[in-house]
Design a protein around this ligand. Sequence first.
Ligand code: PRP
Length: 161
Amino acid sequence: MAELGDAITRDYAGETVIMVGVLKGSAFFLADLARSVHIDCTFDFVAVSSYKKGSRSTSGAVKLLKDLDEPIEGKHVIIVEDILDTGITLGYLRKIFLQHKPKSLKIAACLDKPARRVEPIEADYVGFSIPNQFVIGYGMDYAEKFRNLPDICILPPDFPA
Ligand code: PRP
């Protein structure tokens, strides 16, 4: 976390950044990352429809359930995600955020699962690159459960649905 925070602090020295958390999974990561970043920053949050809720697989389109509260035009924006998986969510968010003409737009992801990528998208700041295993805890859920586990854990493949 300190390394990610240092990189962001360096890259945005003297600037103000809006950190945009994608609900709900990013809550813990945003809270920790923001405390490791030593620049002026504000928070905003978006929520998107969870096209894979209650399952481990991905299909379908993304819909915006909660938009930004503040305008991002001319501002430095970092989208903060718990996990970059297929890239469908971040691909969608990047597209709509760019329409608002931010001064810059970057992505910070706690975890990256490159093997699962469908959309050609990469994060600018990545905590850990991980293999294709289903992870829970530290904000991440399985059917809304386990978000409160303090550590990131692997959900066994035979865990009952
Ligand atoms: C997770 C995660 C990302 C998205 C990444 O959210 O928080 O938003 O999936 O997956 P993708 O790269 O395949 O689009 P989820 O839909 O589980 O909702 P949550 O944040 O409320 O847990």
